[in-house]
Write a new protein. Structure first.
Length: 188
């Protein structure tokens, strides 16, 4: 079983990366295979609502880095998406990916249905609950199963690496990853 973690942060090794690595470390310890993808070096435009995906099932007509990321998402048994909070909402790179993935999946075979996953959010100060909910909508509308933890999977930090000082945030991410592993094993 494999879990894919995707970072929507434009920073290659910022706090979103740190939290996703923590989750993947736990998942690997639980015996699952993992993969990490960062959007920081990818070009993924927003959905243009051309609806070509309704004609050419499971494929987006736009030619950029979306295709390989979507393919990896479809092959994974579990999915974690991570985003920093930018002005009260998810990073635009992440939303471009999820908007297009949702259109392509819903107009195709919905490669996400009944997969396990969750968002993880990090912020300097505020906006985490809204951003968590914003990302959670994707998991819900795709028919995915979202496990919980001891709190919402959020943490705080501004400068890269600062999130390691949020003990409760790290504990929450650890619990989330343990629950993802437990659930995937039960569903196997």
């Amino acid at each position: 079983m494999k879990v894919l973690a995707i970072s929507g942060s434009p920073r290659p090794k910022g706090n979103t990366y740190t939290l996703l690595m923590k989750a993947l470390e736990v998942l690997e310890r639980e015996g699952l295979n993992t993969e990490y993808v960062s959007l920081h070096d990818k070009s993924i435009s927003g959905c243009i609502a051309c609806l070509k995906c309704a004609e050419d099932k499971n494929r987006c007509a736009q030619e950029d880095d979306f295709g390989p990321v979507f393919e990896a998402m479809g092959k994974a048994d579990g999915l974690i998406v991570g985003s920093p909070v930018y002005f009260g909402s998810a990073a635009p790179e992440m939303m471009a990916l999820l908007d297009r993935a949702g259109y392509v999946a819903r107009n195709g075979d919905n490669v996400f249905f009944r997969k396990v996953g969750s968002p993880i959010v990090v912020a300097r100060r505020a906006g985490v609950n809204f951003t968590y909910a914003q990302l959670l909508f994707f998991f819900s509308i795709m028919g995915m199963i979202v496990p919980g933890s001891t709190y919402w999977p959020i943490a705080y930090g501004l400068k890269p690496g600062e999130v390691v000082n949020d003990e409760e945030g790290l504990k929450t991410i650890t619990g989330l990853a343990e629950n993802i592993a437990w659930l995937l094993k039960k569903l196997r």
